[in-house]
Write a protein that binds this ligand. Sequence first.
Ligand code: C2E
Ligand code: MG
Ligand code: MG
Length: 567
Amino acid sequence: MRTVSILVVDPFPATSHLIHDLLQQDNDSHYQVNWCTSIKEALTEPRDPPADLIFLDHGLEQSEHKNYLGLARRNRFPIPIVLIGDTIDIKEEQAQIEAGASDYLAREELTLYNLKRSIRYAWDLQERESRIAELMDYDELTGAPNRQNFYGRLMQRLDHANASGQQVGLMMLNIDGFKKVNNSLGHLIGDLTIKEVALRLQQSLKPGQQLARISEDQFTISIISRNARAELETLIDRIRQLHRMPYQQLERKVILGCSMGCAVFPETGQDLDELLRHAGTAMHQAKKERGSSFRFYSEGLDTDIANQIALEPELLSALRRQQFVLHYQPRIDLNSQSIVGAEALIRWQHPTRGLLHPGEFIPLAEKTGLIVPMGYWVVYRACKDLEALQSQGMELQRMGINLSFRQFQDDTLLPTIQRLISHADVDPSLLEFELTETAVALNEVHVGHCIRELSKLGLTFSLDDFGTGYSSFAHLQKLPINTLKIDRSFISGVIDNPDDAEIVRAIINLAHNLRKDVIAEGAETPEQVAFLKDNQCDQVQGYYYSPPVNFEAFREMLCEGLQEATG
Ligand code: C2E
Ligand code: MG
Ligand code: MG
């Protein structure tokens, strides 16, 4: 028969004796009753055998025991505490139970039956509470620790690292494009995929590395080590390898990238808050890159973001102050080696910071909505410049103008563009709006409607940064898109990376099969240009021929037929 260890906390021994005597009469169990005088001692001092249950005298200093009851509950103290009071008082009983006691017994009710009932009840309750706590600590779908649990564990790790002179590495990992999986393949496949992601992540961990799922498509991994950065780097390699294999669920195969951001305590995160923030910043930076990518937090990442915040008020007045300018980058036909078009690229002539490139202000303009009027200004300015060129006898076949996904949220998009082109003296078919695959995928129906309407006016369309987003053949076939622009990241790899070369060949073939033109963006070397020509790419836009230049320089380039630009 197991001995049940009871601890009675009371300034005087009388209650303890009474409980001892009553429990001695029980034939079913064997009890050992110990006595101590303060709740603090009961909760903090180790005991052998450890107490299975505490009876706490209600007469003890009220505020003290309330504090300790609260503390015990918050810290999931594993031993149930039953209060013993002087009177039967329902209100008091309720208050004590709310404060954290498992049960309340009046001294006059102390009988063997009541004691046994109270002990059994307190145990049951404790078991149920710890089961609920366990469920609350773990993510139901993957079984990984959840957000709340993750915070607690990370806190402990930081304390431990502080005391032992070690480092804590934190990785935040986000599954790229997971929302699309959920939306297009359904939540069941989404759930199965997340489960599989968690399993693969778990498989890539070494002992001591802790995984948690902190939101739908976001995980964290924390490690404690003497060299956290090196361990994180090895871990990143393993994750990238495992993640490369397609996820197959119910006959559907998907390939998912992931973005990993890391920060290390104490180097790049001095406390819990900073560590989390910096790992998050690094992850958002990683998200900007194609495929599974990672970033370690460094000072510069924050200044990028701080700079953007500082720019916000100035950006709002920049349009009014006419601080935007358009630069033009020529599009070269690979057969004739002549300029056949251009892309208009916005710049901000900032009064103190100098010429700012779109990467520094477009995201902010999209966030604030300023991209809408700014985008109309770009159409207006590009038309004016095109008119000027034409009046001087210089003909272009196409002028590319970038459209942000955000501009499609403007209800006046169709009439405004219609008005802008009707006021300009240019053939609408010369204007080619550049959309990204993501802009189309974000709201296929609406964007599809807009571009069909615009193409009725004679306007043409291209898919920009092709290959980096999410495209379906359906888009390509159904939408009036004339041109595919292969993203620069593929072109830069065509010579050294057989995969990139293969992808570029495939895109060129696909475009031609669908009777679309294809433009390679970002060709910088003669070898890349030769590769593109050999593989029947139609046009090239890249530094090899010319970077974007201001209108005057572009006009001169057209006059001289590129000679200067290509040397
Ligand atoms: P994009 O539309 O893909 O434009 C091509 C970008 O690649 C340009 O950067 C261009 O300068 C750069 N580029 C071209 N050839 C080369 C090369 O050989 N090597 C390298 N390293 N880069 C090359 P830019 O002008 O900084 O523009 C960046 C992005 O900003 C554009 O990408 C476009 O998405 C956006 N953007 C530019 N102007 C506008 C605009 O008026 N409206 C909107 N919504 N977005 C714009
Ligand atoms: Mg573009
Ligand atoms: Mg592009």
